[in-house]
Design a protein around this ligand. Structure first.
Ligand code: PMP
Length: 360
């Protein structure tokens, strides 16, 4: 069939079962005589698709009834603006800077109010998560913002920051559904789905109901107001229907795998295989402080950019694709999201061993 092991950071590998099911339903979705791509978003069939998707997501994450689930568009980057526009009542927010995505979010929020950068790991190229147990949280902050898993640098919060009672807003784009979380600890959880859940074009926002109000910043477009989408159950306008359909299939797949606790075990097992190899390798080296390592994105280097490039090229020829690190940091990065099978990581480690023997 010619499929490769795809280590892309996103859009990324999806479960093969899901792709096969979607292929089988492409021309005729369950006797409707049409593809989900061709279907009215107001049809009975689509209504069932979106409602089932929401129900399954709620089951998987244990989302309480006082939280809304919204299926939106505009990428995770659109949330960088939507969050302050909707939540900045005092026009003040605290941001913890752990990488490029948090940095971009903070810069965007600055258009709307005062942004306090209350912690940062930029001093060591974002290779760790700062101690967030006792930060100078601003008294008048409308929320505290984090990027929970840093896709580019491969770090992850193992403990949420102490927000001292302030609302926590978290970008979970690259760790969405990779392990169980306690939704009630957050005011807003959001992420682009193109890493762990589905095709690009869908953003899922899980937001506590009391944060959805009409009191948004003056000039906030209708489409960028959470209330618009919450009141219409994500059907205010045409949603990214086909993407939502695939997300729904991935939710079913996750349930069939045993849910998020089982997924966490799988992810820990995969990550351990790769990290253990890195820790004993004489050629390759992980770039992140051990305690803060992500289960999803694993950056590593040889220390020699030419050798890094050779590795990426030869890995590709061996069917291991998209291992080049982010353009801003170089080196390599293996993204090992939910849908990456254990065998994919085994193949990568075997290839790294061979490469090490040949190039040391
Ligand atoms: N946040 C994180 C953690 C990301 O990894 C990315 C994209 N890779 C973004 C935000 C931006 O996402 P989008 O391209 O959907 O705007």
């Amino acid at each position: 069939m010619g499929r490769v092991y795809n280590f892309s950071a996103g859009p990324a590998v999806l479960p093969e079962e899901v792709l096969k099911e979607a292929a089988a339903e492409m021309l005729d979705y369950q006797g409707t005589g049409m593809s989900v791509m061709e279907m009215s978003h107001r049809s009975k069939a689509f209504e069932e698709i979106i409602q089932t998707a929401e129900r399954d997501l709620r089951d998987l994450m244990g989302i309480p009834d006082n939280y809304k689930v919204l299926f939106l568009q505009g990428g995770a980057s659109q949330q960088f603006a939507m969050i302050p526009m909707n939540l900045m009542k005092n026009r003040v927010a605290d941001y913890i800077i752990t990488g490029q995505w948090a940095k971009k979010a903070a810069k965007e929020a600055e258009k709307y109010g005062k942004v306090n950068r209350i912690a940062s790991s930029e001093d060591k190229t974002f290779s760790y998560i700062p101690d967030c147990s006792d930060l100078p949280v601003s008294e008048d902050a409308d929320y505290v913002y984090i990027c929970e898993n840093n896709t580019i640098y491969g770090t992850k919060y193992k403990e949420l920051p102490n927000t001292k009672g302030k609302i926590l807003v978290s970008d979970v784009s690259s760790c969405f559904l990779s392990e169980p979380i306690d939704v009630e600890k957050y005011g807003v959880i959001y992420g682009g789905v193109q890493k762990n859940i589905g095709p690009a074009g869908v953003v899922i926002v899980i937001i506590r109901e009391d944060l959805i109000t009409e009191e948004v910043l003056p000039g906030t477009p209708t489409m960028l107001t959470y209330k618009t989408h919450a009141d219409a159950d994500s059907l205010y306008n045409t949603p990214p229907a086909y993407g939502i359909y695939i997300c729904g299939k991935v939710f079913k797949w996750l349930k069939s795998m045993g849910g998020l606790s089982v997924m966490k075990e799988h992810n820990e097992k995969k990550a351990k295989l790769l990290y253990d190899f890195l820790d004993q390798s004489k050629l390759f080296k992980g770039t992140v402080e051990k305690k803060d390592r992500s289960l999803m994105n694993v950056p590593f280097v040889t220390g020699n950019p030419d050798l890094d490039a050779k590795f990426v090229k030869e890995a590709k020829a061996a069917g291991l694709e998209n291992l080049k690190g982010h353009r801003t940091v170089g080196g390599m990065r293996a993204s090992i999201y939910n849908a990456m099978p254990y065998e994919g990581v085994e193949a990568l480690v075997a290839f790294m061993k061979k490469f090490e023997e040949e190039n040391l």
